[in-house]
Design a protein around this ligand. Structure first.
Ligand code: UDP
Length: 376
């Protein structure tokens, strides 16, 4: 009887703190399935929701509220960032986190670990000990990447930008292990847009004028409602598509609003790739996933908000690459939008920059690195 060949098992560590970590893990799995069909199995674990002791398991639910105090968030990012400080955080957390980290490993035996969350790097590596499977870190922040992402024990560290690579090296990582691949994004963003009207029809949109898509990450964060109202009241001939993500309260409040322009409100949607590819402009919080997706979908970006600290670099990167504008008040957002609607040639320059900076092969390259380490 032929012996069944055991497929290598990959464990993905993420958390739903925002929507970016899950989206990154799913994009990598999608690319792996395309590259190595039927050659591996995978499991995905939310390190907080699935494993952390109460009340820490509610971290993903608290995240949108924690970031309501952006100055405090920014200050804690700065105070905790740094090689020595990151080590101190890991040591301080260890007595509480050791049991959790060990149960994750015990319950999910695997042949390779991929972490797309900074808090699942050092603690899991420490719990794994010496005789462990290969460990790959996929950094999902663009530039201002916290020191907690970086641990010399990671076999491969995949980063989205040169700036993130420099930061990794500055934090003592071996340059040989750190590779720039881009932010992992779903394949659908990478397929040519073709006829925009066909996508619009598929989405059930009417014949739309200039279409503005608005999103505040997976949790509908920042002054999304206030900014949307200002955009709708601008007098521009536009239609608005607002994605509130998992922020149900915002969705309900926006649904009660009387809109001066044709407006559709979406809750959490799986259609982001089509929504982006069918729109003319994106107004968004400076989430790294959303920015990379928009760049790949050739969709110029207006950034209305950021999380101080971890998202500072996303703003600099987008603006310096010419793919978007930092417009941190509803007034500035409206001014930029007016300019782009009234002068299509200006918007077109941003479209070209998006095309230049996009890394459509990022997920495939990450999949190849994983396949290489697994020997498949
Ligand atoms: N997203 C989604 N559906 C929604 C809202 C957001 O699929 O209704 C996705 C979005 O396309 C991106 C991720 O959630 O992949 C948000 O990640 P980002 O890094 O931009 O921000 P975060 O939510 O992590 O702060």
């Amino acid at each position: 009887m032929p012996t069944e060949v055991k497929k290598p098992r990959i464990l993905f560590l993420f958390s739903d703190t925002g929507g970016g970590h899950r989206a990154a893990a799913e994009a990598i799995i999608e690319a792996l399935e395309a590259q190595y069909p039927d050659q591996f199995t995978w499991e995905k674990v939310d390190i907080f929701k699935d494993y952390a002791p109460r009340p820490l398991n509610r971290m993903p639910d608290w995240y949108p509220y924690m970031v309501l105090a952006p100055d405090l968030w920014g200050a804690s990012f700065k105070v905790t960032d740094g090689r020595v400080r990151a080590r101190a955080i890991t040591s301080t957390m260890w007595p509480v986190a050791a049991r959790t980290a060990r149960s994750i490993i015990r319950n999910h035996p695997c042949d390779l670990v991929v972490s797309v969350h900074p808090l699942a790097v050092s603690l899991i590596l420490k719990a794994l000990g010496k005789n462990r499977p290969p460990f790959i870190t996929v950094v999902t922040d663009m530039v201002t990447t916290h020191a907690l992402w970086y641990d010399q024990r990671s076999d491969v560290i995949l980063v989205p930008t040169e700036a993130a690579r420099n930061k990794a090296i500055q934090y003592g990582m071996d340059p040989e292990t750190v590779k720039v691949v881009g932010q992992p994004i779903a394949q659908k963003y990478c397929t040519p847009i073709g006829d925009k009207n066909a996508i619009r029809e598929k989405l059930g949109w009417q014949k739309e004028p200039f279409t503005v898509l608005m999103v505040g990450g997976g949790d509908g964060m920042g002054p999304l409602g206030q900014t949307a109202r200002a955009v709708a009241d601008s007098g521009l001939d536009i239609s608005l598509k607002i994605v509130t993500g998992r922020n149900e309260r915002l969705k309900k409040s926006l649904e009660k609003n009387i809109w001066k322009v044709p407006t559709t409100i979406y809750g959490f949607t799986k259609d982001m790739p089509d929504l982006m590819r069918a729109s003319d402009v994106l107004i968004t919080k400076a989430g790294p996933g959303t920015i990379a997706e928009a760049m790949t979908a050739s969709l110029p970006i207006i950034l209305y908000a950021k999380l101080p600290g971890q998202e500072d670099g996303n703003v600099t990167f987008t603006v310096e690459e010419g793919a978007g504008v930092w417009a941190p008040t509803p007034n500035k957002t409206v001014q930029t939008l007016m300019e782009w609607v009234n002068h299509p040639e200006i918007r077109e320059k941003f479209v070209e920059a998006c095309k230049r900076v996009a890394k459509p092969n990022s997920s495939r390259d990450i999949a190849l690195e994983i396949g290489n380490k697994l020997g498949i």
